[in-house]
Design a protein around this ligand. Structure first.
Ligand code: SF4
Length: 221
């Protein structure tokens, strides 16, 4: 996966927000709706998430014991074309740097939050010139921190997702709907109409019935 650079040596890549990686990992169409159609919608879960983030989105720098905690830290990686904001970054006196991503919902190992936290770690490595082999996801649902190893597999996944998001920007093609269990937890479901667009038999029938006047005419007769 090589990426182009300009003559000055700067990256020529479309910048990909770290949040877009998470959206794409959850559902490519969700990412497309947000990036291409500016269609982000809130639901109870996203409002909960926003309220949670208000606590960590105020830029700041707090020290406690052997740890200095940075909040709402802007990060980027020019070479990979990544940019975003870390909820919380802990700078430990032993040299460890730990990004902590805050989520309002339950933690799902191997899920989209892992990708976002790994991307933060990759950016922090670039900015602090130091390895960041671990991150953590804080889940408000169980009030626990879930440690995450930044493996090579996860690093590759981040870069592949970044390319996929860039491809969305270039082609302007909205990915097809997932139309599966993900849609039940998706705030975009109303505008996305996944099952209708996926053309499942039940919804095709419902659509046909909606524009059918025969029943009504039979009743009137
Ligand atoms: S409703 Fe389903 S298909 Fe549509 S964006 Fe959400 S998860 Fe993807």
């Amino acid at each position: 996966m090589t990426h182009p650079t300009t003559q000055s040596g700067e990256s020529d890549l479309i910048q990909v927000p770290l949040s877009a990686l998470e959206h794409y990992a959850y559902c490519p169409r969700q990412c497309g709706l947000i990036l291409l159609e500016d269609a982000f919608t809130d639901d109870a879960a996203t409002v909960r998430g926003t309220l949670l983030h208000q606590r960590v989105d105020t830029p700041g720098n707090r020290g406690r014991g052997n740890v200095r905690t940075l909040h709402a830290l802007p990060v980027w990686h020019d070479g990979y074309g990544l940019t975003g904001i870390c909820d919380t970054v802990e700078l430990h006196s032993d040299g460890r740097i730990l990004p902590v991503e805050h989520k309002s919902g339950r933690y799902h190992p191997g899920g989209p939050a892992d990708v976002q936290a790994a991307a933060q770690a990759i950016c922090l490595e670039e900015m602090f010139h130091r390895p960041v082999p671990e991150a953590a996801i804080y889940s408000a649902a169980d009030r626990r921190r879930h440690p995450l190893a930044i493996t090579d597999t996860l690093r590759t996944q981040v870069l592949e997702l970044a390319d996929a998001v860039r491809n969305l920007h270039t082609t302007h093609q909205l990915p097809p709907p997932a139309a599966d269990s993900r849609c039940r937890r998706c705030s975009m479901a109303t505008g996305c109409m996944p099952r209708l667009l996926a053309g499942t038999r039940r919804y095709r029938q419902a659509l046909t019935d909606l524009y059918h006047l025969d029943d009504l005419q039979d009743t009137d007769a």
